[in-house]
Design a protein around this ligand. Structure first.
Ligand code: ATP
Length: 236
């Protein structure tokens, strides 16, 4: 692990049954960065995030968070290290209210302190307005905000977001971008983001990594994401 990486993946291999999905993957997420993991559909982005979170078994390799080996820890213990994860599709509880969804996350905090809810509502005023509505009754954009708010309840040191803008109306995409920028640049939260929208990635990210057919094929500062890389690995 390089000195400045908060998260480091080394030589990671993953298989779904006999199908080899991730090949010797290396990934560094520098502390304080907003690192955007990019790649076409089906290239292994979600699979890599699930391996990092302990939601899928890996065949070989290492995952280190702040110098600690994650692969020996169960998924709950990884969240306990304050790694917040917002999965693709959001996975909120549709029949529970907004506040109940947030409170469930509070019970995972060591101090179980509900005081954090005020902070979450200040980041997402719409969630305060909707506190008694059922999660399933919110719009897609509001559900995404709830899923991010729920991850922030743990006051994560690393926030992992899987395509937070997918299927969301443009004004909420803008708001989510504003929030990521605020959390990352003003509050110093390290972010690992899977994102396919180039303008969004360019706006919020400091660094990029490209995965193609399960292999890491490029990366660097976001300014280095050039047309050649885009043509070869990102456009359909
Ligand atoms: N549960 C599974 N069982 C078998 N194969 C799977 C499973 N989930 C994903 N795959 C396969 O693994 C590969 C990588 O999928 P993954 O979802 O990680 O891609 P992705 O880059 O996140 O794509 P997307 O942007 O579409 O979510 C794909 O070929 C996919 O079909």
């Amino acid at each position: 692990m390089t000195q400045t990486s908060l998260l480091a993946v080394r030589g990671l291999n993953q298989l779904y049954g006999g199908s080899h999905t991730l090949w010797d993957v290396e990934l560094d997420v520098p502390a304080g960065s907003c690192t955007c993991l990019m790649g076409r559909n089906g290239m292994g982005k979600t699979t890599l995030l699930k391996c990092i979170m302990g939601l899928l078994p890996v065949r070989s390799g290492e995952v280190q968070f702040d110098g600690r080996d994650l692969l020996t820890l169960r998924a709950e213990a990884r969240a306990g290290l304050r790694i917040g994860y917002v999965p693709q599709g959001r996975e909120i509880f549709p029949r529970l209210t907004v506040e109940e969804n947030l409170k469930l996350a509070v019970y995972a905090r060591p101090d179980k302190s509900m005081a954090i809810l005020d902070h979450i509502y200040s980041l997402f005023p719409v969630l305060r307005q909707m506190a008694r509505r059922r999660g399933g009754d919110l719009s897609g954009g509001q559900q995404q905000q709830l899923a991010i708010g729920r991850a922030l309840v743990l006051e994560p040191r690393l926030l992992i977001l899987d395509e937070p803008t997918e299927g969301i109306q443009p004004n909420i995409v803008q708001e989510i971008g504003d929030l990521i920028i605020r959390l990352n640049r003003e509050q110093g939260l390290t972010v690992l983001l899977v994102e396919q929208k180039l303008p969004f990635a360019r706006r919020v990210a400091s660094d990029f990594r490209i995965i193609d057919k399960g292999r890491m094929v490029g990366g660097g500062a976001i300014e280095a994401l050039n047309d050649d890389l885009i043509r070869h690995h990102l456009t359909v």
